[in-house]
Design a protein around this ligand. Structure first.
Ligand SMILES: Cc1cc2nc3c(=O)[nH]c(=O)nc-3n(C[C@H](O)[C@H](O)[C@H](O)COP(=O)(O)OP(=O)(O)OC[C@H]3O[C@@H](n4cnc5c(N)ncnc54)[C@H](O)[C@@H]3O)c2cc1C
Length: 345
């Protein structure tokens, strides 16, 4: 009989992140699919009670917590100690956790300590007969595989955005606190703080309903024989401001910076979508001034509805990569769209 542990760290404000609720949804799916299994919750952080209460209506039979000021920051040694203690206290055979940067770096080491196994980038869970099974993508999202394992505990890191977030409501959870003995050597790394770009400079928004992708065409000579980079910059930023879309890019456009050409300063390689870039998840995507070549569109695997604006009627989008292709000048289209979105028809 499997004991399924949902393992999550709480946020600095004491809440549970959406990615943790998504992992809980996956854990619950496994729990429903595996006859005789039990679902338990393990939380770590400075104070876990509020997070436990926020999901108290879920069908977990027990709640375990590791808490204290030492467990607030993302620090390998204390996070690993907390995760190990929670897995042991729960007697977990399956550990389902959100693939946050924090758990991604810690849980493989925890699996080693527990003589278990770990799988990252998991996008689905199910039962294969009486056995749990997971699915994940390989070769830059071109092939999907289903895997089972006999080794326990099996730690499963669920990719954020791949599941529905569980909507179980609040209540009063009885949390069993698990003591963790921290030696000084475990605490020798001090987290001084976080550095992040100001909110309006943050163009990558994983939770946005729309992915807006810019291609190299924005920096190319246009019908008048001139480039129009400042105009492109304004159109793109205005569009992002009104839509709060997440900004993606083709490789050609982000590479131009390295080649010393005029580029859009708010783009970095982190915005790149594709085979050597990111594979984000959004309900909709709009590509502009991009050719839609295979190494780029492979990164659109998890975009629900795809639309593109390109001057070239024979571009890759026209060959089955997009649901709708507008053969049009993106400068003109986005200018008009921005005008409409600003309420000026
Ligand atoms: C191993 C490998 C890995 C790669 N990985 C990636 C990757 O991860 N991501 C990625 O993006 N690429 C990747 N590439 C590169 C990829 O093959 C393409 O070269 C790249 O995607 C092209 O970028 P682009 O479409 O923006 O530019 P271009 O091919 O230059 O296309 C520009 C497009 O803009 C259009 N255009 C110009 N002006 C306008 C206008 N006013 N209105 C509308 N349309 C206009 C043009 O018609 C053209 O179709 C990889 C290549 C290799 C070999």
């Amino acid at each position: 009989m499997e004991t399924i542990l949902l393992l999550a760290h709480v946020e600095p404000d004491g809440s549970l992140a959406k990615s943790a609720r998504e992992a809980l949804h996956a854990a619950r799916d496994l729990n429903k699919a595996l006859a005789g299994s039990t679902l338990v919750i393990g939380l770590s952080g400075e104070n876990v009670q509020a997070a436990a209460n926020s999901i108290a209506a879920c069908p977990a039979t027990k709640y375990f917590g590791v808490q204290g000021v030492e467990f607030a920051p993302s620090r390998y040694a204390t996070d690993a100690a907390a995760a190990e203690a929670l897995c042991k206290a729960a007697g977990a055979t399956l550990v389902v956790a959100p693939a946050t940067s924090r758990w991604n770096r810690v849980l493989p080491g925890v699996a080693q300590r527990l003589a278990g196994r770990v799988d990252s980038h998991v996008t689905g869970v199910a039962a294969s007969g009486p056995q749990p099974a997971i699915s994940r993508w390989y070769y830059r999202q071109r092939m999907e595989a289903t895997l089972t394992r006999t080794q326990r505990p099996w730690l499963i890191l669920i990719d954020p955005g791949s599941q529905k977030a569980c909507d179980c409501g609040p209540g009063a959870a009885a949390v069993e606190m698990v003591p963790v003995n921290l030696t000084d050597s475990v605490k020798r790394t001090t987290v001084l703080g976080l550095r992040q770009p100001p909110a309006d400079a943050q163009t990558i928004r994983p939770d946005a309903p729309l992915l807006f992708v810019t291609g190299a065409g924005w920096t190319k000579k246009q019908a008048d024989g001139q480039t129009h980079v400042p105009e492109a910059e304004k159109l793109i930023l205005d569009f992002l401001k009104v839509t709060r879309a997440s900004l993606g890019s083709s490789k050609s456009l982000v590479d131009l910076g390295g080649e010393g050409q005029a580029i859009l300063p708010f783009l970095s390689h982190l915005n790149q979508i594709g085979q050597t870039g990111a594979t984000p998840r959004h309900p909709k995507g709009l590509s502009t001034c991009c050719h839609g070549e295979e190494p780029h569109t492979v990164g659109w695997r998890f975009i629900g509805e795809r639309r593109a604006i390109s001057l070239d009627p024979n571009c890759g989008w026209a060959r089955g990569k997009a649901d709708v292709l507008y053969v049009a000048d993106a400068f003109a289209v986005i200018a008009k769209v921005n005008q409409l979105l600003a309420g000026n028809p």
